[in-house]
Ligand binder design. Structure first.
Ligand code: ZN
Length: 159
C-alpha cells in the first residue's frame, strides 16, 4: 500500500488542465493503485490524478462496493436534471458547501485496461462524476458553492 500526498487548495496545480492519457504504462498502473489506497485511507468518494500532483485525465470514484469506477480520458456525453446538496473535496479538508449539479450524467471513458466504458450515474454518483471531471479541467468545487463553505461538522440545519 502506497499513499500519495493529496494536494490542497492554494496549490496552483489544482487550477491546471490535465492532459489526455495515451496508454496505461506500468507507472500509470502504479499511480492508479496508489490513488485507490489514498482514496480509501482518506475515506473519500472520488479522487482525480491532479489531486496527487499528476496532470493526467483520469479519476476514480467509489460510491459503494458495487459502484466503483476508473475513468480514463472521460467525456460527459449526457448531463441533465438538477440536484442541490452539500459536497466536499479531499483537497479542501474538513469543509463542505452546497453545490447544484446535474442529477443524471453519462460519461464515456476508458477503464484501467483502456477498454471503452460507459457509466451512467444518478444522484451521488452523478455528483461525484461531475466533481471529479471538473478537477481535470482545473476547476475546484468551491467556485460553484452557493452560500459559503462550512466546517463539515457544523453544517446548518435545513429549514
Ligand atoms: Zn475534489
Amino acid at each position: 500500500m502506497a499513499l500519495r500526498q493529496i494536494r490542497e487548495m492554494g496549490d496552483p496545480i489544482l487550477e491546471k488542465k490535465s492532459k489526455e492519457v495515451k496508454e496505461i504504462t506500468p507507472r500509470l498502473k502504479e499511480l492508479l493503485d496508489d490513488m485507490w489506497d489514498t482514496l480509501h485511507d482518506a475515506q473519500g468518494v472520488g479522487l482525480a490524478a491532479v489531486q496527487v500532483g499528476i496532470l493526467k485525465r483520469l479519476f476514480i470514484v467509489e460510491i459503494s462496493e458495487d459502484e466503483k469506477y476508473t475513468f480514463v480520458n472521460p467525456r460527459i456525453v449526457l448531463s441533465e436534471g438538477e440536484q442541490t446538496d452539500y459536497e466536499g473535496c479531499l483537497s479542501v479538508p474538513g469543509k463542505v458547501g452546497k453545490v447544484t449539479r446535474p442529477d443524471h450524467v453519462i460519461i464515456e471513458a476508458f477503464d484501467e485496461h483502456m477498454n471503452p466504458i460507459t457509466v451512467e450515474g444518478n444522484e451521488l454518483l452523478a455528483r461525484a462524476m461531475c466533481h471529479e471531471f471538473d478537477h481535470l479541467e482545473g476547476r475546484v468545487y468551491v467556485d460553484l458553492v452557493e452560500g459559503g463553505l462550512y466546517d463539515a461538522d457544523a453544517v446548518p440545519e435545513e429549514d
